[in-house]
Design a protein around this ligand. Structure first.
Ligand code: NDP
Ligand code: MG
Ligand code: MG
Length: 334
């Protein structure tokens, strides 16, 4: 089982005298930069001007500089930009600022694992990835807690780089919760698989198929929305707190019996066989190649699908129903 580290295993001295560049002041960036600063680390923020994240960094008391300038000033550089823009910014801005002995960081291994970012000789690689969104990484830290982190280095990295990683994880609050050792391959492949097969792809299609089945059978879309989308939150909250067993303990015996008898008819051996094919395409780089090429082409398929998905009936009826539930912090985005 996994090796877990805590604050007691970390020595903040590993970052003493070093400057940490946080490139990108978005979801993860704003949390890492502030938490590290409050942990006594010298932080420089690399954030392009002109947007609300630049203003936010100023508001939080940073003097943001360009990514190139941040990479030049720092010895530890974490690229916290969207994965699909990292490789370009790396080549144009970060690489020229890397010196021998610098440590190049990320919080998701996509670009490094698939070779889209290749460090120069003498620069070691480090991954510290909080297992939660940035706002939680920040709010938990402020509350005195932390979000568990993953930590990984390249295979032949020195112990000094791993120690920098433990200090970094501790500095963002992860050492209060637990820092789990992994590899770039494991972090990248499991993250992609989880979001594709279960969390995002799996759940979205499950919700739509259930909703469509009820509506096509003549039931009202409002009823279908409540049963197949809205109530998902109640179930997920139970899973989050106590796993499948606690969820099944909390639902009715009728629901539990239906869970056992019908669940395996929805997710079948065929579904699992497809999951294995999805995993293979992640492992052999097919998914990464497709996503990179899609972006190089201007993401036409991605944008078309995004547009089409927004008009699904479950989305339209959902917008209407959520307005009837004043306790929901109803979100509408373009
Ligand atoms: P965000 O999308 O929140 O980051 C946006 C940041 O990138 C902003 O500072 C933005 O600046 C900047 N940016 C976007 N496009 C460009 C560009 N073309 N050139 C320069 N800067 C640009 O990213 P996240 O924080 O979500 O993700 C960062 C990394 O962390 C990723 O590797 C992700 O996989 C990983 N991660 C994310 C988690 C999450 O929950 N979000 C969890 C764990 C890891 P501007 O405001 O000017 O657009
Ligand atoms: Mg992911
Ligand atoms: Mg019910």
């Amino acid at each position: 089982s996994a090796k877990v580290y805590y604050d007691a295993d970390a020595d903040m001295k590993a970052l003493a005298g070093k400057t940490v560049a946080i490139i990108g002041y978005g979801s993860q960036g704003h949390a890492h930069a502030q938490n590290l600063r409050e942990s006594g680390v010298n932080v420089v923020v690399g954030q392009r001007p002109g947007g609300k994240n630049y203003d936010l960094a100023k508001e939080h008391g940073f003097e943001p500089v360009s990514a190139a300038e941040a990479a030049k000033q720092a010895q530890v550089i974490n690229i916290l930009l969207p994965d699909e823009v990292q490789a370009d910014v790396y080549k144009s801005d970060v690489l020229p600022g890397l010196d021998k002995g610098d440590v190049l960081m990320c919080s998701h291994g996509f670009n490094i694992h698939f070779g889209l970012i290749e460090p120069p000789k003498g620069v070691e690689l480090l991954l510290v990835a909080p297992k939660g969104p940035g706002h939680l990484v920040r709010s938990e830290f402020v509350a005195g807690g932390g979000v568990p982190c993953l930590i990984a280095t390249n295979d032949d990295a020195s112990d000094a780089t791993f120690q920098i990683g433990l200090a970094y994880a501790s500095g963002v609050g992860g050492g209060r919760a637990g820092v789990i050792r992994t590899s770039f391959a494991e972090e990248t492949e499991t993250d992609l698989f989880g979001e594709q097969a279960v969390l995002c792809g799996g759940v979205s299609e499950l919700v739509k198929a259930g909703f469509e089945t009820l509506v096509e059978a003549g039931y009202q879309p409002e009823m279908a929305y409540f049963e197949c989308m809205h109530e998902l939150k109640l179930i997920v909250d139970l899973l989050y707190q106590g796993g499948l067993n606690y969820m099944r303990y909390s639902i009715s015996n009728t629901a539990e019996y239906g869970d056992y008898s019908s669940g395996p008819r929805v997710v079948t051996p065929e579904t699992k066989a497809e999951m294995k094919r999805i995993l293979t395409e992640i492992q052999n780089g097919t998914f990464a190649r497709n996503w990179v090429l899609e972006n190089k082409a201007g993401a036409p398929g991605f944008k078309a699908t995004r547009r089409r998905e927004k008009t699904h009936e479950v989305e339209l009826v959902g917008q209407k129903l959520r307005k009837m539930m004043s306790w929901i912090d109803d979100k509408v985005v373009d």
